[in-house]
Ligand binder design. Structure first.
Ligand code: HEC
Length: 141
């Protein structure tokens, strides 16, 4: 009888766990980035043309510049001073670690510590890809 209860309990918690995990995403790390399994392969569907960059810049200035700074140096008024190097979007050495899909998921899901908000629900897919394009354009060559 009690075995049945334990198994019942296990079943419920297993279902709970499965239900909690967003489909197609790697399990959440406690404080860090939450990247989808396809982050390394996912390609930006937009072309980096003037219209995309203009949309991306508008999104950046309203949603990102307060932390990342007007030129992406990580020096905005709301920047976390201890995370400044990690917030520098212009560092070319970081480009290899930040292909399209990785930047997309960082913006989509954010992280807890140091804090970057998740923009899922706040920005459309199109706006996220536009701001990804713009953020990548801030990289120094
Ligand atoms: C509340 C402040 C805040 C806002 C707003 C914010 N970010 Fe961030 N962002 C951070 C912090 C802090 C980090 C560094 C986290 C770490 O790796 O330690 C970061 C890191 C990043 C990175 C990763 C850089 C790298 O080389 O790993 C990208 C890309 C990024 N942000 C893009 C954006 C974009 C695009 C927006 C706007 C849509 C945005 N962020 C809005 C705080 C912010």
């Amino acid at each position: 009888m009690w075995i049945g209860t334990i198994i019942g309990g296990l079943t419920i918690s297993t279902i709970g766990l499965v239900g909690y995990q967003p489909t197609g995403q790697a399990p959440a790390t406690p404080a860090g980035w939450i990247l989808g399994e396809d982050a390394d392969e996912k390609k930006n569907p937009l072309t980096a043309d003037a219209a995309t960059l203009a949309t991306g810049k508008a999104v950046y200035n309203s949603k990102c510049a307060d932390c990342h700074g007007p030129a992406g140096l990580g020096d905005g008024p709301d920047a976390d001073p201890e995370a400044r190097a990690d917030m520098d979007l212009t560092n070319p050495k970081r480009a290899g670690r930040n292909p399209d899909g990785v930047v997309y998921y960082k913006v989509l899901n954010g992280r807890r510590r140091p804090k970057m908000p998740a923009f899922k629900g706040e920005l459309t897919e199109q706006q996220i890809w536009s701001v990804v394009t713009y953020a990548q354009s801030l990289r120094k060559k």
